[in-house]
Design a protein around this ligand. Structure first.
Ligand SMILES: [Mn+2]
Length: 437
């Protein structure tokens, strides 16, 4: 069996579930992790294929493939059994059930649901859908996982794999010092602390944190009482600034098997570690982490994580110097060869999260990919209520001989190099038609 999967945390968690299933069934298997499926990838050969967290957007390009797609990206064909063009494919996707795959059911949740029918013992890795769901930010809108993602989270809790807590939802509870967490915590943003290290230091020493511990003390090192004290002060600040204090706290998930000292005790931290292994070209390390390997695997993963952070730091430097250009409601950055072409999505997320982009804009980040241009885009949750970015991207990209798709609020495309400006103009026009319609 050939297992294909997407290159982010959701894809790696899905691949790990598929590997678990293949091992249980005694199937020989090979794993291929992709940023985007190539035309060769979707031409079937000998044996069975299993596409995870990808495939649905490309079903029309499949030829002679036997196998299964477990995905949550917007499909091009709404059929569970697809037999055209010599294919024999079973497609499982929440969109076929009338659910929104961008919030209710991640790729790894879909892979897990399918797997549970084949191999019930897969519940031994029921923490993995959480890794994928939080990796895809499915807990962002409501401050907790919902719908099918939630059902599997409750299963993992029942299996004793994870613990669910009500706590602060800023990123880095176990991987970053509190000083970093509060400095860059952004949802909701506390203006008097945001990107203001001395204000953060004052805040923490007011609460009895020794200045010498500022660079090391993590949120999960604090006892419950201290955490509550900080949260109530932070909420007070939000109230005074006219922010939304309710958004500060919500559900967080912890891996029970990790010691408290672990930097990936918090599952969003775990998910970003898994993501980093893949972005740095070693997804097999992430898959092994997902399947409970530690020791040298963890050491290697942490090294890859540091390398990944370094790439992101370089990218944000490039970003600081770069100037976004606008065409109508599209704000785009073309980095050419200046950034790794598999982190354009990460950069686009960063721009829409941390820079003051109008809620009506589409943010696009471009990088070179051989003779093609890789384009990642994000829109605000508000705009995604009105517009499905995955459809815009697919329509525009295919009209230039490229491919595109994704989710309502996050999408990507690959178009022939030189066509990117026409692509930008077309997306802006399609957006205009939809918003004014
Ligand atoms: Mn996904």
């Amino acid at each position: 069996m050939t297992i294909y999967s997407h290159h982010d945390a959701d894809g790696i968690a899905s691949a790990a579930i598929a590997v678990f299933v293949a091992r249980r069934l005694g199937l020989k298997h090979e794993v291929r992790i992709r940023n985007q499926l190539t035309y060769e990838d979707v031409i079937g050969g000998e044996g069975v294929y299993w596409f995870n967290d990808m495939g649905s957007a490309r079903l029309k390009d499949f030829r002679g493939v036997k196998g299964v797609i477990t995905d949550h990206h917007t499909p091009v064909i709404y059929e569970t059994h697809y037999t055209e063009n010599g294919n024999n494919i079973y497609q499982f996707n929440p969109h076929l059930e009338g659910m929104d795959g961008s919030i209710s059911q991640s790729g790894s949740t879909t892979t897990f649901l399918f797997s549970a029918h084949l191999v019930p013992e897969v519940s031994a890795v029921s923490h993995l859908p959480i890794v994928g769901s939080v990796g895809d930010l499915h807990d962002k809108k409501f401050g907790r996982l919902v719908d099918t993602d939630r059902e599997l989270m409750l299963l993992a809790r029942g299996m004793g794999l994870v613990e669910v807590k009500e706590d602060i939802r800023y990123f880095g509870r176990s991987s970053k010092p509190i000083s970093y967490m509060l400095r860059f915590g952004n949802d909701p943003r506390i203006h008097s602390l945001y990107d203001n290290p001395s204000a953060v230091a004052d805040f923490l020493s007011r609460h009895g944190v020794d200045r010498r511990d500022l660079k090391t003390l993590r949120w999960i090192d604090l006892d419950d009482g201290k955490r509550e004290e900080l949260i109530s002060d932070l909420k007070g600040m939000l109230v005074r600034e006219g922010g939304d204090p309710e958004r500060l706290t919500g559900e967080v998930y912890e891996l029970k098997s990790e010691p408290k000292s672990s930097m990936v005790k918090d599952m969003r931290d775990f998910s970003s570690l898994v993501n980093a292994t893949s972005r740095k070209g070693k997804p097999e390390v992430g898959i092994r982490l997902c399947l409970f390997e530690r020791g040298e695997t963890m050491t290697e993963a942490l090294q890859l994580y540091n390398d990944h952070l370094e790439s992101l730091r370089k990218a944000s430097k490039t970003l600081e110097e770069a100037e976004g250009k606008s065409v109508g409601n599209v704000l785009y950055y073309d980095f050419g060869d200046g950034v790794q072409n598999n982190i354009t999505g990460t950069i686009a997320t960063r721009i829409i999260t941390h820079m003051n982009v109008p809620k009506t804009s589409i943010v696009m980040v471009m990088a070179n990919l051989g003779s093609m241009k890789k384009i990642s885009a994000r829109i605000s949750l508000e705009l995604s209520e009105k517009v499905d970015l995955s459809l815009l991207f697919r329509q525009a990209a295919t009209s230039f001989g490229g491919s595109g798709g994704g989710h309502r609020n996050a999408a990507g495309a690959i178009v022939p190099a030189g066509k990117e400006m026409e692509f930008v103009r077309m997306v802006n026009e399609l957006l205009g038609n939809l918003v004014t319609a």
